[in-house]
Each structure stands twice: as structure tokens, then as C-alpha cells.
Ligand binder design. Structure first.
Ligand SMILES: Cc1cc2nc3c(=O)[nH]c(=O)nc-3n(C[C@H](O)[C@H](O)[C@H](O)COP(=O)(O)OP(=O)(O)OC[C@H]3O[C@@H](n4cnc5c(N)ncnc54)[C@H](O)[C@@H]3O)c2cc1C
Length: 405
């Protein structure tokens, strides 16, 4: 029997989870897919450390979503809209300007930096790195501060103090990258003024709590080698424009601070009338469907899931990608009235950037560190970009080619 109507699938969020779902769903011409993102680009957060260390510019850590979607057949459209709410009963997603119908919905809006309201001055004086504009602003401020020290203070300069709060994956990567960037910066130019203090504030005894112990130990040793000062068992209590007070009573002078001490689901999630866990993340079943509506799937950092041994899976790009593919598969099975499959999402490995051309990690049970780990991390990033680039190039050709071409 010929189908007369296409399956309209709306994906909110063009991050790692959303784009992986899109790619799988787009293969079937019976699917009409609308990708919606409040930004015009996909931001590769996993490469932020290279942006900060000036190895990449912003174009190398972002992918234009319009040209990317143009690279698929006619069945994929991109809309740049911020979704404000969803009418689940009437199956519509709602922005300030539009109401878009769906048959199936994938919510993939990710997470944002949680600026805790009980930390005085946090929102005003700290930077986050989960959005490209904040990461860029911070990178420019960092470089400008280094320059000003040299330009204005010359030989007698005071050290530049940068505080990073949060010893998780992003806090560790950024501390290491900034420390090694500064080492190179001073080495290359023989400046007299050459003091940069990087202070990492960590709430527990060791960094990377909850991650593989060997990797955590290795990372901490490497941070020590890079001269990063780690304040252990301490949290940020309050900030002024020039100081950070810690819960252990210490007060640190600072030029600026990055807050990597917590995330929360993106704003839209707060407005949705769906089941959530205590931390506010959307709850899903083993098929990645929302608990409340079977035509709604939730993937990536805006939900929390567990592996088959009931270990809570961390919010990583790899896990978001696996979830995106699984939700797409289950939508296709629903369309064809097949039994849904339980997700088999698992942590396949982790690679931690620890400064220029240095990393450590564990992949499929094997440890690696130093330059080989760095090369592996780069290869994964390049492969990810290569896959996106294929569609972006096609999209570009479509837009700029004349019909005769
Ligand atoms: C500094 C740093 C380093 C990291 N390093 C690694 C690493 O090495 N390896 C790793 O695996 N993971 C790493 N991560 C984690 C990884 O980036 C995240 O887990 C991943 O981005 C989650 O993907 P996602 O698709 O759920 O969300 P995101 O990638 O955050 O995408 C969500 C999308 O939703 C859009 N959106 C949000 N709200 C709305 C709305 N209301 N309407 C429309 N669109 C909306 C956003 O604009 C965004 O494009 C790192 C994160 C950071 C910050």
C-alpha cells in the first residue's frame, strides 16, 4: 500500500545528539525532518580547548546548520528558532514566531552552565564555556589580559591570576590547555613579564571525581607538572570583580574566573510539563521515550540515563550521539509498527586533553597517554568533522551552483 503522508519528525537541538538522529532519519524519504536550533550553527564543545589555546578559530569549532541540512535530500529543513514550549496534546512546538506540527518529536537541547544563585557574584563575574559566544569572549579576554600585563606593566608586572572552578572534565581540560598555552606564549617571545597563575578549585580531594581513578591520577600529576595550583576540598563561596572566596576560608585574587562547576538542563526543559528527576533532567524509559508521551523522545545532556549495570552515564558527546541514533531507530520502528529496542548506550572510552599535543585516556579498556592519546583524540574529532563536512559541502554546492551546473 502506498503511503500518502510523510512522517513529520521535529528535532529540537542541533547538537551531537540531534545531528546523529537527523542523519539516520534522513535516509528514509518517507520522513520529513525539521531540525530547529536557536543558533545557526552546531558548536563542537569537545574542541573548545583548541579554541582557547588559539589552535582553532571559531569557524573550526562550528558547523553551519543551514548548509549542513541543505546537503541532505529535500526531506530535511533547518529552522533557526528558539523553542519556548511544546503543546504535547496537539503535537506542536512553539517559538515566539511559529507553531510547528509534528508526528514524532526528539528533544535534544543539551545542558548549560549552572550559575548557582547561592554563590554571590557568580553570574556577574564568572565565565562559562558551554556556549560559543561565551567561550570566544573568554578567549579574547584571556589574550588581551596577557597583552595588557606586558603592555602596561612591563618588567614589574603582577602575575595574572586565572581561577577555574570545577575539577571535572571541562575544568581539567581548560586548566591544562591554558597553562600550556601560556608556557608557549612566554617561551616564544622572551617577555620579561612572565607570570601566569592558574588555580583550579576542586570540591573533592582529587580531580575528575567519578571517572577512572588511573586517569584522574595521571591528569592530576600532569596538571602539577604544568604548574596548575589545585585547591582541594574547596568550593567557591562568593566573588567580587577581583576576588574569589572559598568555603575553606581562603580568599584568592583573580583577574577572571571560569565556572565549570556544574551544569543543568537547557532553559526549555524548565517550561515543559514532562516527568523530570530531582535535578530537573527529563526522564525517559529504556527506549529513550519520554515517560509521558510515546511519540516524544529525549536524548543527550538534557536527560540522564543508566547503562545495563545501572551505572549513571556521564554527559558526553559520545553518549549523546549513541542516544540520538537509538531514538532515530526507535522512531523508524514505531512508524513501521515494529517492537522498539532497548537502548544499549555505554561509555566506550574517554580521552582527556591535557595541554598542547598531550592527552590521556582509556579506549575500549586500554589506557594511553602523551602524544599517541592526543593523536587519537584529534583523529576522532577530525572524523566527526569529516562526516559533517560531507553534507555541508553538498549543501554549499546546491546553494551556489546555477541550475545549468
Ligand atoms: C569544555 C568542554 C569540553 C568537553 N569535552 C568533551 C570531550 O572531550 N568528550 C566528550 O565526549 N564530551 C565532552 N564534552 C561534553 C559534550 O560537549 C556534551 O556532552 C555534548 O555537547 C552534549 O550533546 P547534546 O547534543 O546533548 O547537547 P549540545 O551539544 O549542547 O546541543 C544542544 C543544542 O540545542 C540547542 N538548543 C538549546 N535550547 C534550545 C531551544 N530552546 N530551542 C532551540 N534550540 C535549542 C543549542 O543551541 C544546541 O545547539 C565537553 C563539554 C565542554 C563544555
Amino acid at each position: 500500500m502506498q503511503k500518502d503522508q510523510k512522517n513529520k519528525i521535529v528535532i529540537i537541538g542541533g547538537g551531537y545528539a540531534g545531528l546523529n538522529a537527523l542523519k539516520k532519519l534522513a535516509k528514509d524519504q518517507d520522513n520529513e525532518i525539521v531540525l530547529i536550533d536557536k543558533k545557526a550553527y552546531h558548536f563542537m564543545q569537545t574542541d573548545v580547548y583548541d579554541l582557547i589555546a588559539n589552535e582553532h578559530d571559531f569557524a573550526q569549532v562550528s558547523v553551519d546548520l543551514f548548509t549542513y541540512c541543505m546537503g541532505f535530500d529535500q526531506n530535511v529543513t533547518f529552522l533557526k528558532e528558539e523553542i519556548k514550549s511544546v503543546d504535547f496534546k496537539n503535537k506542536k512546538v512553539i517559538s515566539d514566531r511559529k507553531r510547528i506540527n509534528y508526528d514524532y518529536l526528539i528533544i535534544a537541547v543539551g545542558a548549560r552552565t549552572k550559575f548557582f544563585s547561592n554563590i554571590v557574584g557568580l553570574r556577574e563575574y564568572a565565565y562559562g564555556v558551554k556556549s560559543l559566544h561565551r567561550a570566544m569572549y573568554f578567549k579574547q579576554k584571556f589574550e588581551m589580559s596577557l597583552f595588557q600585563k606586558i603592555d602596561q606593566e612591563g618588567t614589574y608586572c603582577k602575575p595574572l591570576n586565572i581561577v577555574i572552578a570545577g575539577g571535572g572534565l571541562s575544568g581539567v581540560e581548560i586548566s591544562a590547555q591554558m597553562a600550556s598555552f601560556a608556557q608557549e606564549f612566554y617561551k616564544n617571545n622572551h617577555f620579561l613579564c612572565r607570570k601566569l597563575n592558574i588555580i583550579l578549585v576542586n570540591s573533592s580531594e582529587h580531580v575528575l571525581k567519578g571517572l577512572d581513578e588511573k586517569l584522574a591520577k595521571f591528569s592530576e600529576e600532569h596538571l602539577n607538572k604544568l604548574d596548575v595550583t589545585i585547591k582541594k576540598n574547596a568550593k567557591v563561596q562568593s566573588l567580587t570583580p577581583t576576588t574569589v572566596s572559598l568555603t575553606n576560608g581562603e580568599e584568592i585574587e583573580m583577574d577572571f574566573m571560569i565556572f565549570a562547576g556544574g551544569i543543568e538542563p537547557n532553559g526549555l526543559i524548565f517550561n515543559l510539563k514532562l516527568s523530570k528527576n530531582q535535578q530537573g533532567y527529563l526522564e525517559t524509559n529504556e527506549y529513550l521515550q519520554s515517560i509521558d508521551y510515546e511519540d516524544v523522545f529525549v536524548v543527550g545532556d538534557c536527560t540522564t540515563i543508566y547503562d545495563k549495570n545501572q551505572n549513571r552515564l556521564p554527559p558526553t558527546a559520545d553518549i549523546a550521539e549513541q542516544m540520538g541514533r537509538c531514538a532515530a531507530k526507535n522512531i523508524m520502528r514505531k512508524v513501521t509498527e515494529k517492537k522498539l529496542v532497548k537502548h544499549k548506550v555505554r561509555q566506550r572510552g574517554i580521552l582527556i586533553a591535557l595541554g598542547r599535543r598531550y592527552a590521556c585516556g582509556k579506549v575500549f579498556g586500554f589506557y594511553l597517554h602523551g602524544f599517541p592519546a592526543y593523536v587519537m583524540k584529534k583523529m576522532i574529532e577530525k572524523f566527526y568533522l569529516f562526516k559533517l563536512d560531507k553534507h555541508s559541502k553538498k549543501g554549499c554546492q546546491k546553494i551556489f551552483c546555477t541550475p545549468q551546473d
